[in-house]
Design a protein around this ligand. Structure first.
Ligand SMILES: [Zn+2]
Length: 518
């Protein structure tokens, strides 16, 4: 496989990609619809004065609210793309790790005190990126390349640094003052350039070279600042700060190994060695601090390998690699190998085999460590469900939700188990309580709709579906569901008033969105 190295001008630094890789193509598929959407919404001729809602003219930059809104809009597109990894356990692992870092310094969340979101992208290239508003994506390829949790944490910290320093907002406003590049198009250029796709060129052409040059200059400073902030986050959260240098070096080695034609930019550019030197100096000033990696870090790397490519030949290759890991003699690698084989067995609909591998994992790490692993709890329930042991699945899932009370993945699984066991009343009761606590969780609403359907409650089913669509930003579909709910034979007077209120609220949002874009 021919690998190519690219150094691009965006908010991230390294990306090693193979041009014939289907993962790269899938990320391009993600970028191109985004461009289509934003080109529709933001005419290229938009003057600065026409987009006041996105900026604060006094400060000359995006307001934090507008930045978050922009990020949320981009995420609606990202989440509906096949490259987005919709694996609740993997997402939760990244989210927990990311939030540990974010919590290291109360200042990071900024004036809005927003939560950050972390997610994975199915892509074999080494990359991570931050979107406006604290949405941070990690390629599965990068996750696989990291050799310790501290290395992964160092990449996330750097991206968190970009967000907390509001680099994207600052960059976008600089662009705007100069030649009024539409904000959305610039964000897309960032995404496109990160993907290394031709889409980047497409967006950036058209006499915008000057602005791009300015972006490069800005980004060099931004990179240094993100390194500095990222380092302090990493240290504050108790990770091994040498993770930052070791990951830099790993990427350099990968570059030397794979690049047949390094770009002239890279050959002449001292930035990388300068950045490494900066970080190395910081690391040297700190006493060495060991960090014990979480078992789930190793399990999630095994999962990422399967998520990245689940074609039959890829699974076969992965299985051979997992077998090798089991022979390695290292406890965590043995656990990860067995975990990976269990996932493959599940995928091949062989739950009995999966159970044997799961028992191996538990034997390897010991009962106590196994009970602290969200990934293992989740797999246990999944295997029971696949075997049709629904009563056991309910029992295990409930115990797991007690061990991990804030876990979204396990809450969803518990509801699934109740549904599979046909305990619809309990499922509805549990889900109604959950949606009160987690108002942004579209999955809960989808599950609730499924349960209402099984109970034959048509109006409530359409209302729950409407909520799930609205939470995903699909207001037109949500309004359609409200209409269906209103026409359902079992709609109550109380339901009607809820439907009316929701309809007014969502119609107002749709109107507001149209106004912003016209
Ligand atoms: Zn960066």
């Amino acid at each position: 496989m021919r690998m190519k190295y690219r150094y691009d001008i965006t908010m991230h630094e390294f990306s090693i990609l193979s041009s014939d890789n289907r993962m790269v193509r899938s990320f391009r598929r993600l970028v191109i619809p985004l461009i289509a959407v934003f080109c529709l919404q933001t005419p290229l001729a938009t003057a600065q004065s026409d987009i006041p809602s996105l900026g604060d003219t006094a400060r000359g930059e995006l307001t934090p609210v507008a930045e978050y809104q922009l990020g949320k809009e981009i995420m609606v597109q990202v989440r509906s793309d096949p490259a987005y990894v919709n694996d609740p356990v993997l997402t939760e692992y990244l989210t927990n790790l990311g939030n540990r870092l974010v919590s290291a310094d109360p200042q990071i969340r900024g004036e809005l005190a927003n939560d950050f979101s972390f997610f994975a992208i199915r892509d074999a290239t080494l990359n991570a990126f931050a979107l406006p508003g604290g949405f941070i994506g990690v390629h599965t390829g990068l996750l696989l390349a990291t050799q310790s949790e501290s290395e992964l944490a160092s990449v996330l910290s750097h991206e968190i640094g970009h967000v907390s320093q509001r680099h994207i907002a600052r960059m976008l406003s600089q662009q705007r003052q100069d030649i009024l590049i539409p904000i959305a198009a610039t964000v897309l250029a960032i995404l496109a350039a990160q993907a290394g796709g031709d889409a980047a060129g497409a967006v950036m052409m058209g006499g915008q070279g000057y602005a791009i040059q300015k972006q490069i200059n800005f980004t060099r400073d931004a990179e240094k600042e993100a390194d500095r902030v990222g380092f302090s986050i990493l240290k504050g959260a108790g990770f091994d700060t040498t993770g930052m240098t070791s990951f830099f070096q790993r990427m350099q080695t990968a570059t030397r190994t794979y690049s047949d034609a390094p770009s002239p930019y890279l050959r002449t550019h001292p930035l990388t060695s300068e950045r490494i030197a900066d970080i190395e100096a910081r690391v040297r000033r700190e006493p060495y601090r060991q960090h014990a990696d979480d078992l789930d870090f190793y399990l999630m790397r095994a999962k990422a390998r399967l998520v990245q490519d689940d074609s039959a030949p890829a699974l076969q290759k992965a299985a051979a690699m997992f077998e090798e890991q089991i022979k390695s003699g290292s406890r965590l690698y043995m656990a990860a190998g067995n975990y990976g084989l269990a996932l493959i067995a599940l995928q091949r609909k062989e739950p009995a085999k999966a159970r044997t591998y799961l028992q191996q994992v538990k034997k390897t790490v010991g009962e106590a460590a196994a009970r602290q692993s969200l990934a293992l709890d989740s797999l246990t329930v999944e295997i029971l469900l696949a075997s049709g042991q629904t009563a056991d699945a309910v029992r295990e899932a409930r115990a797991a939700t007690v061990r991990f009370p804030s876990s979204r993945a396990l809450a969803h699984q518990y509801a699934n188990a109740l549904y599979a066991a046909k305990r619809y009343d309990e499922a509805a009761k549990y889900l109604r309580k959950q949606v009160q606590m987690y108002r942004d969780d579209a999955t809960l609403q989808r599950q609730l709709a499924k349960v209402y359907d099984a109970q034959g409650k048509k109006a409530l089913m359409h209302m729950a579906l409407a909520e799930s669509y609205a939470l995903s930003g699909a207001y037109t579909a949500a309004l359609e569901q409200l209409n269906l709910a209103r026409k359902a034979g079992d709609v109550t007077f109380y339901d009607q008033s809820v439907i009316d209120a929701r309809e007014r609220e969502w119609k107002a949002i749709v109107k507001e969105n149209l106004k912003e874009r016209s």
